[in-house]
Design a protein around this ligand. Structure first.
Ligand code: AMP
Ligand code: ZN
Length: 479
């Protein structure tokens, strides 16, 4: 029997058995990037974690039975400001930033729409852009005005928060408490300080679209309405999973819920709400505004994508991660060890049960990686522990590769990896082979000084040599 997936749901505050609305079509949404600047490594966390959830759902329900939507926010104040600063059009800025984002996350082993979509079939992965969904947003806003959940004031449309009695359910902030604590100074056009913008006027030079009925001047949408419109269009009015970083619970997700439920008259927007914890630097959230960030590309300039991905997945997604050099170094060593075990062995398609069960326990990646460690080690004499049933086991390369592949790791054979390392290092292969031949000749002549000299020259090139039992010499790139 397939293992039962359990997920921690922010809405209920508990870990629950996952029961899709339609097991033949599981639907998940994750809030994607605002494309005004290069993404930092903290932004990569939700992308990697929810990519893993997508992979797991595909494994459990079948690739044709899951749809994932991850949006792109390409209309925003920061985008307008940055484009003006750089003297380029908004579309040039957002297209360029999005292309960079795609290169970054592809190098982190994240599945892309083109990897999973099958022409002529229902989309499995969509990446909707906000500016392609303005008509859907306007239609939702007009419906909210008609039903008395939103009002027009000074060229804006505002969501009337006090008109929704259970506003605050997701973030566990009761409406009356929020009203009591609200700031007194608010924009004059707001009826309540809690009301949020669905639509606003555009300033000269800003992008604009025809406004909802009742507003003559053109304008542009607020941030929250984008996700309500795009999720409804691609996944339906109610869907299974909605995901994002923990900082999005309030106000972004709370407001998405308010808009979607009030517009469609539904009891929930998504059944399960998942939130990843922060990636931190010295105990503080990595963020653009604090200036303590490193971009994904900075990290990828120093480390292979798989090392970065494993470093991210070693911590459970709801826990904070402290991003350290030491953790990257450790992941690098682990991957070297695993590649040595799997060699050029293909995955045999059989995923180890304990591994899948760990992932099904609210994506317990530390436990799943622990299983991979077990599969990678042959129980050696002296490692016996009473009650340890795996004493004496052989390493299991095929199972190790199958499990690691589900995590988006060990995507190459060892030979392919070594060639890509050599290519990336810029090492002159013929110089290496010449030195190895010199060393072999020196050793045959028992000229140890010459042999050491050749070895040192190889080390200086960043190459380590290994003499094998069968008399051959192999070499690897050292960092
Ligand atoms: P932003 O660009 O701030 O809108 O963030 C885009 C996505 O990255 C959102 O899902 C955020 O929750 C997430 N995010 C931003 N900073 C971090 C961080 N330091 N750690 C984890 N997730 C983050
Ligand atoms: Zn969103």
């Amino acid at each position: 029997m397939a293992p039962m997936l359990r997920l921690y749901n922010t809405l209920s505050g508990a870990k629950e058995a996952f029961a899709p609305i339609d097991p033949a079509h599981v639907r998940m949404y994750a809030c994607g990037p605002t494309v005004y600047d290069a993404a930092h490594i903290g932004n990569a966390r939700p992308i990697i974690v929810f990519d893993l959830l997508f992979r797991l759902l595909r494994h459990l329900y079948g690739p044709a039975h899951v749809t994932y939507a991850r949006n792109v926010t390409d209309v925003d104040d920061k985008i307008n400001a940055r484009a003006a600063e750089r003297g380029i059009t908004i579309r040039q800025l957002t297209d360029g930033t999005l292309a960079q984002f795609h290169r970054d996350i592809r190098d982190l082993g994240v599945l892309m729409p083109e990897d999973v979509n099958v022409p002529g079939e229902r989309p499995r992965f969509v990446e909707p852009r906000a500016t392609d969904h303005i008509a859907e947003m306007v239609a939702m806003i007009e419906a909210l005005i008609r039903s008395g959940h939103a009002y027009v004031a000074e060229g804006h449309v505002l969501f009337d928060v006090p008109a929704m009695p259970d506003y605050g359910r997701l973030s566990k902030r009761p409406l009356d408490e929020m009203e009591a604590g609200a700031r007194v100074e608010v924009a004059p056009y707001k009826r309540s300080p809690l009301d949020f913008v669905l639509w606003k006027p555009s300033k000269p030079g800003e992008p604009s679209w025809p406004s909802p009925a009742g507003i003559a001047a053109p304008g542009r949408p607020g941030w929250h309405i984008e996700c309500s419109a795009m999720s409804a269009k691609h996944l339906g009015q109610t869907f299974d999973i909605h995901a994002g970083g923990i900082d999005l619970i309030f106000p972004h997700h709370e407001n998405e819920v308010a808009q979607s439920r009030c517009c469609f008259g539904t009891p929930v927007m998504a059944n399960v709400w998942l939130h990843n914890g922060f990636l931190q630097v010295e105990g503080e959230k990595m963020s653009k505004s604090l200036g303590n960030f490193i971009t994904i590309r900075d990290v990828l300039n120093d480390w292979p994508g798989e090392v970065v991905r494993l470093t991210m997945l070693k911590t459970h997604y709801r826990q904070p991660i402290d991003w350290t050099l030491q953790s990257l170094q450790e992941s690098d060593r682990v991957l070297n060890r695993w590649y040595n075990v799997v060699g050029d062995h293909p995955a045999d398609g059989n995923l180890p049960d304990d591994f899948v069960e760990a992932l099904c326990d609210d994506l317990n990646t530390p436990a799943a990686i622990g299983e991979l460690h077990r599969l990678s080690s042959s129980g050696k004499l002296g490692t016996f522990q009473p009650g340890h049933s795996r004493f004496g086991q052989e390493a299991q390369p095929a199972a190790l590769r199958a499990g690691a592949n589900l995590l988006g790791l060990l995507g190459q054979t060892r030979t392919e990896r070594e060639s890509s390392q050599v290519a990336a290092s810029g090492i002159d292969v013929s110089a290496v082979e010449t030195l190895i031949a010199e060393r072999r000749a020196a050793r045959a002549a028992k000229d140890w000084t010459a042999s050491d000299r050749a070895r040192d020259a190889l080390a200086a090139l960043g190459v380590a040599v290994k003499d094998n039992k069968d008399g051959t010499t192999t070499w690897t790139v050292t960092r």
